[in-house]
Design a protein around this ligand. Structure first.
Ligand code: ADP
Length: 479
C-alpha cells in the first residue's frame, strides 16, 4: 500500500519539479541574456560619453602641445587625469596626420581602424567592438579633437568587454539565487500538493483492500477532490450492495434449508415408524407410504422450482417473446380453476376488458405467473370466499393491469415486503399450514418473470379482508 502512495506522490512531485525547472530555467536564461546585453550597451555608451568629454577637454592641451607651449609629458598628464578613474581603460592619441602621440600600452603598436575612419569621415564618434592585438574583445570609441580649423587629432579610448560581464555579475547572481529558490518552492509546493492527493488515494486503497477481504464495514474516506469523492462514494455503495446481497443470500440459505428439512423430517419419521412395526399394520402402512410419496414429490417440486428460479434469474430468454392477447390467456387460466373453486366452496369471478392491446411476452411464463397467483388466492381463501380475476387496459400509462383479488386472511403490512423472497412464508401461513403443498418459490419466480417482461408486480392487502395481487405489463403500441 505505502508503495502505491510513495509512487504516486513521487511522480506528482517530480512532474511539478520538472515543470518548475524547465519554466524557471527558461526565464532565467532569457533574463540573463537581457541583463548582459543591457550591461554591454551601457558600457559602450559610457565609453562613448567618456571619449567625447575627454576629447573636448584635450582641445586646449593639444593645441598648446602643438604650439610647443607644453611638452608631451604634460599632455600625457592631462589625458591620464581624464581617464584614470575608469579601470582597464586604454587610450591612444593620434594627430590629424594619423601619427600616434600617446599610447597607454607602450609595448603595443595600436591598430586603429576607428581613427582612420574618423579622419576619413572628418568627424565622430566612431564606435566598434572587436578583438585587440592580443585577441581580447574590447569596446572602442574614437572622437576628433577639434581645433580652430578642422580636427587637431583623434582620441581613441577602449575597455575590455569582460568589464560589462563583471558589472552584470551581481544581477546574474541574484537572478540565479531567485531561480533556485523558485525551483525549490515548486518542488516543495508540488510535494505538499502531491501528498494531499496521494494520501486519500492510499486511504481509499486500504478501505478497498479491507472490503476485498470481506470487511464491508470498512468505509472509504471523504476525499478533498471531486473525482476522488465520487470514487469513494461509489466504493462505499458497492460495499453496501455486496453486504445486502450477502445478507439476502444468508436469508435464502436459511429459508431453503428450513423448507427442505421439513419434508425430509417427515420422510424420516415415517420411515422409522414403518421400520419399528407400522409396516405390518394394514391401516397405517399405506397412509405412511402415501405421505412419504407426497413429501418426496414436494421435495422434487421445490428442487425443480429452485432450478427454474436460478435459470430465470441468470438469463432472459427473449427469443420466445411474441405478441399475445392477455385477455385470452387470463380466460384460459381462469377456466382451469373453475372446478377447483367450486370444490373448495369459493366463488370465482372474472372481469376481462375486451379489445385489449397485445403484450410482448413468453406465453408459458405468463401462464405460470397467473396460475401461481390464482392458486394462492384459492389456497388462502376460506370456504365461502370470493376470488376475482381482472384484466384492464391503462391506455394513459401504456400498460395492461392484471389483478387477482381474494377474500383470504390478508398479509400483515410488515411482511408485505418479504413475500416475494424465495421460501418466505408469512407467520400466519407457517403456523396454520406447516405441511403446505406450495414450494414457497411461486411468488419469487413470478417476480423474476414479470421483471423480465419489463413489468411490475405487487400486492395490496388488508388483514382479515383479503389481498389484491397485481401485475402491470407494457402494452405493445402501434399494432
Ligand atoms: P407458497 O408456495 O408458500 O404459496 P408463494 O411464493 O406463492 O409460496 O407465496 C409465498 C407466501 O406468501 C405464502 O407462503 C403465503 O404466506 C403468502 N401468500 C401468498 N399469496 C397469498 C394470499 N393470496 N393470501 C395470503 N398470503 C399469501
Amino acid at each position: 500500500m505505502s508503495a502505491l502512495r510513495f509512487r504516486l506522490q513521487s511522480w506528482l512531485t517530480l512532474s511539478h519539479l520538472v515543470v518548475g525547472l524547465v519554466g524557471v530555467t527558461l526565464l532565467a536564461v532569457i533574463s540573463a541574456v537581457i541583463i548582459l546585453r543591457a550591461e554591454r550597451s551601457f558600457a559602450a555608451s559610457r565609453l562613448e560619453d567618456l571619449t567625447l568629454t575627454a576629447a573636448k577637454s584635450l582641445e586646449a592641451p593639444l593645441r598648446d602641445y602643438l604650439a610647443g607651449e607644453v611638452d608631451l609629458e604634460s599632455l600625457r598628464g592631462a589625458l591620464q587625469s581624464l581617464t584614470e578613474r575608469t579601470p582597464n581603460l586604454d587610450y591612444a592619441l593620434f594627430l590629424n596626420n594619423g601619427s600616434l602621440v600617446l599610447n597607454s600600452r607602450t609595448a603595443v603598436q595600436p591598430n586603429a581602424p576607428e581613427v582612420d575612419e574618423v579622419l576619413d569621415a572628418g568627424g565622430g564618434p566612431i564606435n566598434a567592438v572587436r578583438p585587440d592585438e592580443q585577441g581580447v574583445e574590447r569596446f572602442y570609441s574614437a572622437n576628433p579633437i577639434a581645433g580652430e580649423v578642422g580636427a587637431l587629432g583623434v582620441l581613441r579610448l577602449s575597455v575590455p568587454t569582460s568589464a560589462a560581464q563583471e558589472a552584470a555579475r551581481p544581477a546574474l547572481t541574484l537572478l540565479a539565487t531567485a531561480a533556485l529558490g523558485a525551483i525549490a518552492a515548486t518542488g516543495l509546493v508540488g510535494g505538499l500538493l502531491s501528498r494531499s492527493l496521494a494520501r486519500p488515494v492510499g486511504h481509499l486503497a486500504v478501505a478497498a483492500e479491507r472490503m476485498a477481504h470481506g470487511d464491508f464495514q470498512a468505509q472509504a474516506p471523504q476525499a478533498n477532490s471531486l473525482e476522488l469523492q465520487r470514487l469513494s462514494e461509489a466504493v462505499n455503495r458497492l460495499a453496501e450492495r455486496l453486504q445486502a446481497s450477502l445478507d439476502e443470500l444468508r436469508v435464502f440459505v436459511a429459508n431453503a434449508s428450513h423448507e427442505l428439512r421439513t419434508p425430509l423430517t417427515t420422510v424420516k419419521l415415517r420411515a422409522e415408524a414403518l421400520r419399528a412395526g407400522a409396516l405390518g399394520d394394514p391401516e397405517i402402512a399405506p397412509r405412511f407410504l402415501a405421505e412419504i410419496e407426497d413429501e418426496v414429490d414436494r421435495l422434487g417440486r421445490m428442487i425443480n422450482d429452485l432450478l427454474d428460479l436460478s435459470r430465470l434469474e441468470t438469463r432472459l430468454e427473449t427469443s420466445r417473446f411474441a405478441a399475445i392477447d392477455l385477455g385470452e390467456l387470463a380466460a384460459e387460466v381462469y377456466e382451469t380453476f373453475e372446478v377447483r373453486a367450486e370444490k373448495n366452496g369459493l366463488t370465482l369471478k372474472h372481469a376481462i376488458e375486451p379489445g385489449l392491446p397485445p403484450v410482448l411476452a413468453d406465453e408459458d411464463q405468463l401462464w405460470r405467473v397467473l396460475m401461481n397467483l390464482l392458486d394462492n388466492a384459492l389456497n388462502y381463501s376460506p370456504p365461502g370466499g370470493v376470488v376475482k380475476l381482472r384484466v384492464v387496459n391503462l391506455p394513459d400509462e401504456g400498460k395492461l393491469r392484471i389483478e387477482v383479488q381474494d377474500s383470504g386472511p390478508g398479509i400483515p403490512p410488515e411482511e408485505l415486503g418479504n413475500i416475494f423472497e424465495p421460501f418466505y412464508r408469512t407467520e400466519n401461513t407457517r403456523r396454520r399450514n406447516s405441511g403446505s403443498q406450495g414450494s414457497g418459490l411461486g411468488l419469487a419466480i413470478s417476480k423474476v418473470i414479470v421483471k423480465s417482461h419489463q413489468g411490475q408486480i405487487g400486492v395490496d392487502s388488508l388483514l382479515r379482508e383479503g389481498s389484491n395481487f397485481w401485475i402491470e405489463l407494457p402494452a405493445q403500441v402501434g399494432e
